[in-house]
Design a protein around this ligand. Structure first.
Ligand code: ATP
Length: 302
């Protein structure tokens, strides 16, 4: 693999991208270090594909700069430093898995051996199978094998497991993780918090074209660790809301009529307060699910 010591794998500085009046990316600053596996997590339309396309040199930012291994993206691609695993296309059904990789290898001057990339992608055992007979997950591992031919320092994957079953997903990611242990930088886009949490070293959460959180899986999950407390609070008004908001660990209070909904890290002290200091009734506490927390972090439950 081409060494990239001390160079950032990816650097985005003040990047925006407009499509006419649509602001797909609204100011992203991001640095990926060599060897990191980074999930780009966000809901539909967050700007994941737009950003990945800029890193791949397929489009240019409206403002700001994108660098890949210290180079302009197109230069990095031309030097074989970057590969992508796309979701669809590019496979001929009648070729076998090995023929597909060998054919792709024949288009380039200098590649890793076909058997080596088949092994790395975990598909040596199905090398003689026709592509048309491969499952969606096997076809994705084949695309991964093709992407490894240039031995890229950076691998980009845009929602690589969409439509795969649980087992397909698991084998796909175990191949990616085993390969990344060699020092390759991997950046992947996903909708799935679970997938980001399980397979990435770092999660960059994006929403509406901006980074809204950046951390390890446990750090992102901690952001999502709150509780929701609902209660009936007779005579509740703005003063009551202010008193609850002032309690430690309360993130958000919403009052509709006399029904109050509180998001808090410390649900016990909120419940204690409601039951001892107010006339609250029907106090109910629920754990904030990971998906619910994700939606509240990305502001998509508004
Ligand atoms: N070529 C284009 N022309 C106009 N608008 C575009 C274009 N490409 C993307 N957009 C818009 O930019 C926003 C971001 O889209 P993008 O595809 O980057 O999001 P995403 O996070 O990858 O979403 P998904 O998970 O659905 O793929 C969306 O509002 C989308 O409709």
């Amino acid at each position: 693999m081409t060494t990239t010591t001390n160079l950032l794998a990816v650097r985005l500085a003040g990047v925006t991208k407009d499509f006419g009046r649509v602001q797909a990316v609204r100011g992203i600053d991001l640095e990926l270090h060599p060897g990191e596996i980074v999930a780009f997590l966000g809901p539909n339309g967050a700007g994941k594909t737009t950003t990945i396309d800029m890193v791949l040199g397929l489009s240019r930012p409206t403002t700001g700069t994108v660098e890949v291994l210290g180079l302009e993206p197109r230069k990095a691609i031309a030097r074989g430093l970057v590969s992508a695993v796309m979701q669809t296309g590019g496979l001929l059904k009648d070729l076998t898995v090995r023929e597909t990789v060998a054919y792709t290898a024949s288009l380039f001057a200098d590649t890793r051996p076909v058997d080596e990339v088949l092994e790395r992608a975990g598909i040596s055992g199905i090398a003689d199978r026709r592509v048309g007979k491969c499952s969606g997950g096997e076809q994705q591992r084949l695309r991964f094998a093709m992407a490894l031919l240039s031995d890229p320092a950076l691998l980009l994957l845009d929602e690589p497991t969409t439509g795969m079953d649980v087992e397909g997903r698991r084998s796909f990611w175990s191949a990616i993780r085993a390969d990344a242990a060699t020092g390759r930088t991997v950046m992947f886009a996903t909708h799935y918090l679970e997938e980001a949490d399980q397979y990435a070293d770092r999660i960059v959460l994006i929403s509406k074209g901006r980074v809204v959180a950046d951390g390890t899986g446990p750090q992102i999950r901690a952001l999502a660790s709150g509780r929701t407390i609902r209660a009936w609070l007779p005579g509740a008004d703005e003063t009551a809301v202010a008193a609850i908001t002032a309690l430690g660990g309360v993130d958000h209070v919403d009052l509709r009529g006399e029904s109050v909904t509180i998001h808090a890290k410390d649900s016990d002290s909120v419940a204690r307060y409601l039951l001892t200091e107010t006339d609250a009734r029907d106090v109910e506490i629920t754990a904030q699910g990971i998906e619910e927390a994700f939606l509240s972090l990305t502001g998509d439950n508004a």
